[in-house]
Write a protein that binds this ligand. Sequence first.
Ligand SMILES: [Zn+2]
Length: 472
Amino acid sequence: MSRPYCSSRPLRHATAAMLCTICVSMLAAQTRVTPPKNKYTPAQDAELGQQAAKEVEQQLPLLRDDRIESFVDRIGGRLVQMTPRDMQHREFRYSFKVINVREINAFALPGGPMYLNRGMMQAAAVEGEVAGVMAHELSHVMLRHGTAGATKQQPFQIGAIAGAIAGAIIGGNVGQVVAQGTQFGLGTYFLRFSREYEKQADLLGVQLMARAGYDPLDLMHMFQTIEKQGGGGGPQFLSDHPNPGNRETYISQEASRVRVEGHAGDAREFARVQDRLRSLPAAPTTKEATRTQTSTRPGQPAPQARTVDTRVSPPSSKYKSYTEGTLFKVSVPANWREVAGSTSVKFVPDGAYGQLQGRTVFTHGVEIGFTRNEVRSLQQATREFIDDLAQWNPSLRAAGDVQNTKLSDRNGLVTTLTNVSDATGRPETIAVFTTLLRDGNLFYCIAVAPQDEYPTYQRSFQRVAQSIRISD
Ligand SMILES: [Zn+2]
């Protein structure tokens, strides 16, 4: 039996309104943060988060250590107790775990599971900074930003999202990002937040911290620490949690409006936790960790470096057409089959598609889909998209200038890149066609072929791109 979740809402609103009247007289009012529109239920958030958590924990090594675990549990528990009433959902299950990897990153999944990288813990100067990251992540969960962001899109299958989120967290290089495709477009929806949501998470984060007894400015200090750390994975956290502009200013302003209740930090315990972290063997990178995990997972054969058959027939000169829901139509060579995901679809010849270390990989063909975008200019949106690919891909390089093109009668760009395929170890050429959708998101068509076969494919890629008809 299911029950409408909003049945008790009017009462909650009334209570919140009354409380507000009281506190206004005592303090300059804190900013009221309201969860955005969401067509998913809190129960769906919870289900989705649990499934994604299971996948994440299969792929990434958790740090099992009583001292460290109870440290993050204590902070997390304290912050969760401060959940505003209108954001309390009994389906939510909060958990706080540390992943034994080096990059400075943290993420929380819908409905409650939160993960802090060991690198993030070790970068923190005081307990309040760890609490700051956690309060920010918790705010995304409480405000249900993951599913709220997905609300604007077509409905997704919960199972598909869970896998996609795990894929996006684990990442990979462009071979894999290109390859896993749907995961890229879809999974990042749940990890990468809009600037509007970022500001909400910062403001609610400040409020949670103050109520829990932390100096809310430590949230700002942690962002500064992450920015300074640069290369070691900081940028990933910052691109998932982009600065909406004036982050420091509005965090300080909000901090001046809230009252810090008590004192939560335990400096001695924080020092002991840091000692323990330093005493452990150095943490691997996420990439190294997922490789080991995959190869040591019981009952599974060791991963093979090259699982994709590279003897692939050239593109047929006959074409067949394909309609993707209501979003677009395309014609592709008749010997390519479609592998449909939730926000993208790949068209690949036989032998060009397979599994590599638990991910799907393709070496020849195209992937068409869309990804979240918030910048106005196509040039900049495309640059950000390529930067995302490059962030995971040391071998990805621009090859020549970005060219103007038409995609479905609208202004488009084509960016040519080179990469080394993770599946084959061979150089590959990638053409990325992009244009903006009416809702501002970025529509893309990524075409991939091994460098030495690219001349055979180039004409087909052009023809596929020209056949695209978007109807958004
Ligand atoms: Zn954020």
